[in-house]
Design a protein around this ligand. Structure first.
Ligand code: ARG
Length: 454
């Protein structure tokens, strides 16, 4: 096939080279943005009298027809035409004749592809933000529904102190809030118009980049044409933000996989979101969560790809940069899929309140409350810690829980311990006492929920 850039070539491109260099097999997903960008560009060319108004109108009509053909599935993308940009431009020239060739006036594929990715990513980031916000809502409603459930809070995966399940769930709400902020921040840097940088130097033609920015709703125009065509920071930033989001989803997945196990039994996952084993009839596996955990690795891999692709690239555009798209697209697809399935599944998870509460009884979870009780009586915290440690050791040696101790036994360790201690080392009072800002008391958790909802 004759190439649009074939003028200076005397030999046809090798088939293997066509197969090796093509990107249409994955960049065809940018078609809508390519047409939108071209339409704005051509409108500007007409307005600036770089091409005539009639020519601009003809080209826009042609682009609209191509859009309809792609939408209806009639359009044939060809590998010999390399990428989405040249597929669409060739179709236009085929339709309009030489006038079609005016579309590429004052631009290059280097600024064109940068524009397409930015337009695409702008939409995708907005969608991702909407999904994260939905998932945050799920956590709030779970927290509200389970406001009376106490569970062991863990450090080192050892029972540490009793907490409200709601407080634990809202920890994810906070993480996801930072994810939203990161994506919004990233969006600000995606939202810059690169078009009009041409190959790398700008153009001698009297274009109006600010007008194009207005048409495409870009709040900013890139300042340096060399930077604009060689910048993929925004792709790396998006994948980095996605990686951090995936950290959060993987931690949630891991916890819920543990909690769903026979060993914990803190939750029951909904049947419709689990799968069976092909050999063990009794199994109900948490595959959705396992895959979310696994896909996290895939997104990190994409981050490593884009960072390594861009590393040490001399300015400006290099073909290496075509490799940005697959990790980007894969990240977009993966993040959206994980968020989507969690949004559906989490509201259906059953929390086993009794099991969680029973788990708070063993493990001396209120030992810190005993120490803080002594602190309130004037004992320096270090001493209070040591006294309480000895109480715990005594309990272990005598196979007792803290609440099994009678007052005389406790008084052997400190005569500051009074009968009101039994109040303070109950799990409920321990939780309710955590009234410090951001603490797990019911009062403070409800304050947070109210604030979130207002
Ligand atoms: N398919 C190319 C890419 O994705 C488009 C830009 C090609 N530019 C060039 N000078 N060959 O990067």
């Amino acid at each position: 096939m004759k190439k649009l850039w074939g003028g200076r070539f005397s030999a046809q491109t090798e088939k293997t080279v066509e197969g090796f260099t093509e990107s249409i097999s994955f960049d065809s997903r940018l078609w809508k943005y390519d047409i939108a960008g071209s339409t704005a560009h051509v409108t500007m060319l007409g307005r600036q009298k770089i091409i005539s108004k009639q020519e601009a109108a003809l080209i826009i009509k042609g682009l609209n027809e191509i859009r309809a053909e792609i939408e209806s599935g009639k359009f044939k993308f060809s590998q010999a035409l390399e990428d989405v940009h040249m597929n669409i431009e060739s179709a236009l020239i085929k339709k309009l004749g030489p006038v079609g060739g005016k579309i590429h006036t004052a631009r290059s594929r280097n600024d064109q592809v940068a524009l397409d990715i930015r337009l695409y990513l702008r939409d995708q980031i907005s969608e991702a933000i909407q999904l994260i916000k939905k998932l945050r809502k799920v956590f709030v409603s779970l927290a509200e529904k389970n406001i009376d459930t106490i569970m062991p809070g863990y450090t080192h995966l050892q029972r540490a102190q009793p907490v409200l399940l709601s407080h634990h769930l809202l920890a994810y709400f906070e993480m996801l809030g930072r994810d939203v902020a990161r994506f919004e921040d990233c969006l600000g840097r995606v939202n810059v118009l690169p078009l009009g940088s041409a190959a790398l130097a700008g153009t001698t033609l009297p274009i109006d980049r600010h007008y194009v920015a207005k048409l495409l709703k870009f709040p900013a125009v890139s300042e340096n044409s060399i930077d604009a065509v060689s910048d993929r920071d925004f792709v790396a930033e998006f994948i980095a933000s996605s990686s951090i989001l995936m950290i959060h989803l993987s931690r949630l997945s891991e916890e819920f996989i543990l909690w769903n196990s026979e060993e914990f039994k803190f939750i029951d996952l909904p049947d419709a979101f689990t799968t069976g084993s092909s050999i063990m009839p009794q199994k109900k596996n948490p595959d959705v969560l396992e895959l979310t955990r696994g896909k996290t690795g895939r997104v990190y891999g994409n981050l490593m790809s884009i960072l390594t692709i861009m590393k040490s690239l001399p300015l400006a555009y290099n073909r290496d940069m075509q490799e940005d798209k697959e990790p980007l697209f894969d990240t977009v697809d993966t993040v959206k899929a994980c968020l989507g399935v969690l949004i559906e599944m989490l509201p259906l998870v059953r929390f086993n309140r009794k099991v969680m509460e029973k788990a708070t009884a063993a493990g001396f979870l209120t030992a810190t409350d005993l120490a803080e009780y002594l602190v309130k009586k004037g004992v320096p915290f270090r001493d209070a810690h040591s006294i309480t440690g000895r109480v715990v050791k005594y309990c272990i040696d005598n196979n007792k829980k803290l609440t099994d101790m009678d007052l005389d036994e406790l008084k052997q360790f400190s005569d500051l311990i009074g009968k009101d201690i039994f109040h303070y080392i109950s799990v409920e009072v321990s939780v309710d006492g955590k009234k410090s800002y951001g603490g797990t008391s019911r009062e403070k958790v409800l304050v947070r929920i109210r604030k979130i909802k207002s």
